[in-house]
Write a protein that binds this ligand. Structure first.
Ligand code: PLP
Length: 384
């Protein structure tokens, strides 16, 4: 049976050049980067070269990159460090953030009595910057703003430069979860003054279980995981050398070919959006996710009311199409989408499904998905 993988916002296939680079590390580099002998130095050199390469593409010094186990750890570290090391007593965030940020903010509220407030959103899902400014002007409390660059479900984007300017004007720190935009957009940190950014390799055709936290060089923070003093005391634990090399390779490839990848992915998304509108004119794109200025890898579709709506992700899977009906939780169950609820797009009578694309998505994948949608959402009397 033919398959179409349209869940690239959940994770992306690992690119062959990344696999090759990692296999080479597993084959020929076995030292512990903390060991001072030659095999250890070889491993250390790979980690430091990767750090330098990634930092170079972001326009920042190497020491600002702290390798982590991925986006969740990096988000948690930024939020914990802001509270525990930088005097933050208030967090302004959004109810449409990834649960890594929502839960980390809730934990800070519960454990350290930090005040947490949520920004408002426009009807199209974008963060209301006037509300953000009003909240920043409200108190003298040291504040961390934590807002994602690109929403993983509906693709609304944040104007990072504008938010950074607001934060600086009001003396607030800024963390942005850039897990969905890193490797898809060029972030020049020479131009954007920001305190923390997070990246996860598996969203850009790298391996799972590795990512990084960017930490503004002006800040001094402690590690969240203590141990052997790795990562300049910021993260104890023997480094995931092959994973870090894989992340470096994926990051470099994404940046080298960004223009080509972007135009291909945009074409695939457009084909999907056009095909859906032709077949089911009543579809709505949540968050205007079909617009050009939204995250170009994601299309979030609200389908017309239909008896198969509640089972649609499952039925599409049976047709060979992998897509998503909300963030997957670790049990594999879909819990409905807190993002759609937070942004007012949830409709109990209409299924919303996220299709997300990558440079490996083909026209045949899109056509297969459209045919599957046709079957699942066929007029009720024809549906079996
Ligand atoms: N932040 C966003 C926006 C994400 O989409 C994800 C992944 O789903 C994460 C954070 C978590 O990243 P990781 O899977 O590397 O822990």
């Amino acid at each position: 049976m033919a398959h179409a993988y349209l869940d690239n916002a959940a994770t992306t296939p690992v690119a062959p050049e990344v696999v090759e680079a990692m296999v080479e590390v597993y084959r020929s580099v076995h030292g512990n980067p903390s060991s001072t002998h030659a095999p250890g130095r070889k491993a250390k050199a790979l980690v430091e070269t990767s750090r330098r390469n990634i930092a170079g593409l972001l326009g920042v010094p190497s020491r600002t990159i702290c390798f982590t186990s991925g986006g969740t750890e990096a988000d948690n570290h930024a939020i914990q460090a802001a509270v525990q090391c930088l005097g933050v007593t208030r967090i302004v965030t959004s109810a449409a953030e990834h649960s890594a940020v929502i839960r980390a903010a809730e934990a800070a509220e519960g454990k350290w009595s930090v005040e947490v407030s949520h920004v408002g959103h426009h009807v199209d899902g974008r963060v209301d910057l006037e509300d953000l400014e009003a909240q920043l002007a409200q108190t003298e409390k040291k504040t961390l703003v934590s807002l994602m660059h690109a929403n993983n479900e509906v693709g609304v984007m944040l104007d990072l430069e504008a938010v950074s300017a607001l934060c600086r004007r009001h003396g607030a720190l800024l963390h942005s979860d850039t897990v969905q935009s890193m490797g898809h957009y060029r972030l020049d940190l020479g131009k954007i003054d920001i305190d923390f950014l997070t990246c996860s390799a598996h969203k850009l055709h790298g391996p799972k279980g590795v990512g990084f936290l960017y930490i503004n060089p002006q800040l001094r923070i402690d590690g969240m995981i203590v141990g052997g003093g790795q990562e300049r005391m910021l993260r104890g634990g023997t480094e995931n050398v092959a994973g870090i090399v894989g992340l470096d390779r994926a990051f470099a490839h994404a940046h080298e070919h960004m223009g080509d990848h972007e135009s291909h992915v945009r074409r695939m998304k457009q084909r999907m959006a056009d095909g859906l509108k032709t077949r089911l004119p009543a579809v709505v794109f949540n968050g205007d996710s079909d617009r050009e200025d939204r995250l170009y890898t994601v299309l979030n579709v609200k389908f017309p009311e239909h008896p198969n709506g509640g089972m649609a992700v499952f039925l599409l899977d049976l047709e060979g199409v992998a897509c998503s009906g909300g963030s997957a939780c670790s049990s594999g169950a879909t819990m409905g989408s807190h993002v759609l609820r937070a942004l007012g797009f949830h409709d109990p009578n209409r299924a919303s499904i996220r299709f997300s694309f990558s440079r490996y998505t083909s026209e045949a994948d899109i056509d297969l998905a459209l045919d599957a949608v046709d079957k699942v959402f066929a007029p009720a009397e024809e549906a079996s």
